[in-house]
Design a protein around this ligand. Sequence first.
Ligand code: CA
Length: 329
Amino acid sequence: MPPSPVMPTIDLSAPGIGHGYLRLPHSSNESAWGVIQIPLTVVANGSGPTALLTGANHGDEYEGPIALHKLASRLRPERIQGRVIIIPAMNYPAFRAGSRCSPIDQGNMNRIFPGRPDGSVTEKIADFFQRYLLPEVDYVLDIHAGGKTLEFLPFAAAHILPDSAQQARCEAAMRAFAAPYQVLLLEMDAMGMYDTAAEMVGKVFVSTELGGGGSASCSTVGIAERGIHNFLIHAGILDDTPKGSDSITLHMPDTRCYSISEQHGLLEMCVGLGGPVTKGQVLARIYDYTHTGVVPTEYSAELDGILAGRHFPGLIHNGDCIAVVAVPT
Ligand code: CA
């Protein structure tokens, strides 16, 4: 495998605090000898574990970038034992464009791992994480939200893994994050995910879904900041008191949890996020807005639970996820 074209502009193993970039050559119409510079902060002190913290794996999710920019400005080396690598916008071209995927190659960072050193821009970034960053770290936190098209109850997530001891370590870190909700997920299509890449090399991995709609709220940014603080304490890097309280555990047992639209139209949600749902209850109506006087199509819950996620924009297409029902335990 050829070496990565991505070059950090700072020494990732130096003690103290360094602000720099992951620099990737990218020749374009706008910049012939240009580079993509992905902002990066490394805070290190003494010996101890390394945590890798990322946001904007999908470029239209903002709790991670906000909380991580704040952390990069605030975290002092003398407060930690070990190392914290902070990358607020993992898919930086997508983040700069305010879009889920990269405008350069349409790359979806969370479907492209392990990437390629000689591939597209998104593949090159993924390859750098796969071969250069993940081997150096112990704890990985990737902060997601719903993006422009979804909104979620704020939850932290860990995966059901073949190695039960590793799953237990990931679950413990997820509980430590202390989001209002937590979910243990069995990923239906785990290939290409950053999550899977980190888990396959034995790392403690936690991801989140905090809010959505293509922005961030005071509340969801607060959950991200508190969760990062707690995650670093759990990793043994930060010596402080954890904040927050117990999470409500949600289960998404099977495909009955997901309602998928078979229409294009105007969306009326009939249940609020977090609201109780009983089997058969109408979750949403979709109106054919090209005519008046047409009966809307109703979508009903297939199981009892609460509304954990919803389509965000006012219009919806055939194939879009309308609603996610989860079962509290
Ligand atoms: Ca996401």
